[in-house]
Design a protein around this ligand. Structure first.
Ligand SMILES: *Cc1c(COP(=O)(O)O)cnc(C)c1O
Length: 397
């Protein structure tokens, strides 16, 4: 059984803050400071260029990929890290489309995160082969899986509402019609058990700065199923995905397996922070995280609904249907969230009216949930949000 008091001690949380936004940016793992400091001092500082070999910087993207892979049911050697999630979605979708050359439809839902949709639109346009991006309601996805479908591209857990797709069922349905699947795990990796291999998922991608606590700008990850790894063509054919980068050949030959999904020079300092963050998972089981997360989200819903009649639950009530976040709708949700943040409860706001709260059992417990719900009740009951200063929108909400 995971010792949650011990995992909480692994994170730095500012005094007086209840942090319910680890679904957007995980907090600082205490060990990351020393790890990054040591990397800069002993590796960059002393080894200079030789660090690529001596300190193993070059092998690190795939080593880190394996650490993440254990949380998402990936086969060893089939995940690598680098770039941003937007880039990894583009790469995975491009590779998937090449594997279905006679099909033109990509299917997604209108709850998907906009960057996934933008990247897909950009890719389809530059392919210039008449591909179509079909965007349907999340509940209608299964009905649109037809035998002209090339790729089903979904985010497992909706960033606004926390609604969770059934990865196993939708992947099976897509495979029945001969389509491939691309799963975005931005709100899944580190939040709940994922079984890419068991579901037979074809491609997946995700970020490491949300539930994996790798820090702002931490690299993304990408998964390619073993059966496609030797055939998937990387649309972004950078030199570090080449079979022999240091041969400096003028012709591109893809590297073996997942290595070909690397693009350019990896962010070594950021990988040091991510590696330290991943140590938390040595002491935590994802199954324990999921069951505690359900306890915390249920408790929050119960407390808030009892005290805040003006808030409408936007997340599925059935915990099996949602990820590790709870969202409420409220017309003045932006101001209400600012009033909450001013009182030490940090969640965030997603247009047009969603107040979003992430629950991360590694460092959030029942006492935090009760305290946060009480402060929210005070803000709502006493209209503490109804002040001009809380209504001015910042660039990042
Ligand atoms: C957070 C998130 C992103 C962010 O992409 P970046 O390239 O890392 O900025 C993309 N997709 C989904 C589903 C997300 O939740």
């Amino acid at each position: 059984m995971t010792d949650f008091a011990a995992t909480k001690a692994l994170f730095h949380l500012p005094e007086g803050v209840i942090y319910l936004d680890g679904n957007s940016l995980g907090p600082l793992p205490v060990a990351a400071k020393a790890r990054v400091d040591a990397m800069m001092r002993d590796e960059w500082g002393e080894m200079l260029i030789t660090g690529w070999n001596k300190a193993g910087w070059m092998a690190q993207p795939t080593a880190l990929g394996d650490r993440i892979g254990r949380l998402i049911g990936a086969e060893p050697g089939h995940v690598t890290v680098g770039d941003t999630l937007s880039i990894k979605v583009y790469q995975a979708l491009a590779a998937a489309l090449e594997l279905r050359p006679d099909r033109r439809i990509v299917l997604t839902d209108n709850g998907n995160f906009p960057t996934d949709i933008y990247m897909a639109e950009g890719l389809l346009k530059s392919l210039g082969q008449g591909h179509e991006l079909k965007i349907v309601d999340p509940e209608a996805v299964a009905d649109h899986i037809t035998d002209d479908l090339a790729v089903l591209m979904l985010t497992e857990v909706d960033y606004r509402t926390g609604r969770k797709h059934d990865m196993a069922a939708l992947t099976a349905t897509a495979h029945e019609v001969g389509a491939l699947t691309l799963w975005d795990l931005a709100h899944s990796a580190g939040a709940l058990p994922v079984d890419l291999s068991g579901c037979g998922a074809d491609f997946a991608a995700g970020c490491t700065y949300k539930y994996l606590n790798g820090g702002p700008g931490a690299p993304a990850f990408i998964y390619v199923a073993p059966r496609h790894a030797g055939r998937a063509v990387p649309a972004l054919s950078g030199w570090l995905g080449h079979e022999a980068p240091f041969a400096f050949d003028l012709d591109y030959r893809p590297g073996s397996g997942i290595e070909r999904m690397r693009v350019g020079t990896p962010a070594v300092i950021q990988m040091a922070a991510l590696d330290a963050a991943m140590d938390a998972w040595d002491a935590a089981s994802i199954e324990d995280i999921r069951s505690k997360s359900i306890t915390l989200t249920n408790l929050f819903i119960q407390e808030v609904e009892a005290a805040c009649p003006d808030l409408t639950l936007a997340s599925p009530r059935d915990p099996a249907q949602r990820g590790s976040q709870v969202s409420f709708r409220f017309a003045d949700g932006y101001a209400a969230m600012q009033a909450l943040i001013a009182r030490g409860v940090v969640g965030d706001f997603r247009a047009p009216d969603i107040m979003r709260f992430g629950f991360t059992p590694l460092y959030i417990d029942e006492d935090d949930v009760r305290a946060a719900a009480a402060i929210l009740a005070d803000v709502m009951t006493n209209r503490l949000w109804d002040q001009a200063e809380y209504k001015v929108r910042a660039a990042v909400t």
